[in-house]
Design a protein around this ligand. Structure first.
Ligand SMILES: [Zn+2]
Ligand SMILES: [Zn+2]
Length: 275
């Protein structure tokens, strides 16, 4: 499409469908978007955070994004305070050994990611799932070998919560990954995205105000594998929106492994950072 036509379409979109930043609520001038991508991305193959979210987060808010970078815990992926030194296992993973092999995330649960995830989860801005899902996919390509994954499993919600919210945000983030993969020249068949192999059978209270030990107790026995034949011998990538202490994903991993999965790794959009 010629540049004049493209600019004209963007002008019309801006007039009739103005875009607002989900962080500062300011209007995003989409006529300025799509023009440059000067910020260094995780590698040249993939666009930067600002570019991926340009239709939903303004450039100024996007600046506050904190990507997860080494050195980090080889198990849970926690970033260490010092940016020098080698990756190693953190104290929490020594004290509370994990069932999953590795957990990684796209960014810190701070800056623009926190309000963006809140807007998706609690305000029903499901349109955010597309750019945030792409961000998560790029994180998948950064941290994992896509060919070593047999199955992508979003952390399930209890059916009562699913009914109340109307959607599972973890599933929304991954449901178009087969298309996203194709757009980057990678292959992740749709059949590998399995939203129903794991179910949440217990209605657990919110984890937000609980201590680490209380979180572990709160989710104990809360999940089940719906058909063991589906997970038997499979290398599973478990996906969720936020990793806080890892209690939920660890319980899911325990359930999947008990159901016959060969290994479980974890990928989340955001990760709580201990200060
Ligand atoms: Zn903003
Ligand atoms: Zn750790």
């Amino acid at each position: 499409m010629c540049r004049i036509t493209s600019s004209f379409i963007k002008l019309l979109e801006d007039i009739f469908y103005p875009a607002f930043c989900c962080v500062c609520k300011g209007r995003i001038d989409i006529r300025q978007s799509g023009t440059k991508d000067t910020e260094a991305a995780c590698c040249e193959t993939y666009p930067s955070f600002a570019k991926i979210v340009e239709s939903v987060i303004c450039p100024s808010c996007a600046n506050g994004f904190v990507p997860i970078q080494p050195p980090l815990c080889t198990t849970c992926g926690e970033m260490f305070k010092s940016d020098e030194g080698m990756d190693h296992v953190c104290g929490a993973c020594i004290d509370f050994p994990k069932k999953f092999c590795t957990a990684r995330a796209a960014g810190a649960y701070s800056g623009p990611l926190m309000p963006a995830i809140h807007a998706l989860k609690y305000n029903g801005r499901t349109g955010l799932a597309r750019p945030l899902g792409e961000l998560l996919f790029i994180s998948l390509a950064k941290w994992f070998d896509i060919n070593q994954i047999d199955m992508v499993v979003p952390v399930p919600l209890h059916k009562s919560k699913l009914r109340k919210r109307g959607f599972n945000q973890a599933y929304l983030l991954v449901r178009n990954w087969h298309r996203t993969a194709r757009s980057y020249g990678l292959a992740l068949p749709r059949e590998k995205i399995k939203a129903t192999v794991l179910a949440r059978t217990q209605k657990t209270g919110s984890q937000t105000k609980l201590s680490r030990k209380e979180r572990i107790e709160n989710v104990k026995g809360a999940f089940c594998v719906t058909r063991e034949a589906d997970v038997s011998g499979k290398r599973v990538l478990l996906v969720d929106d936020v990793y806080t202490t890892g209690a939920t994903v660890n319980e899911c991993a325990k359930t999947l492994l008990a159901g016959g999965a060969a290994r479980v790794d974890v990928l989340t959009l955001a990760r709580a950072i201990r200060i």
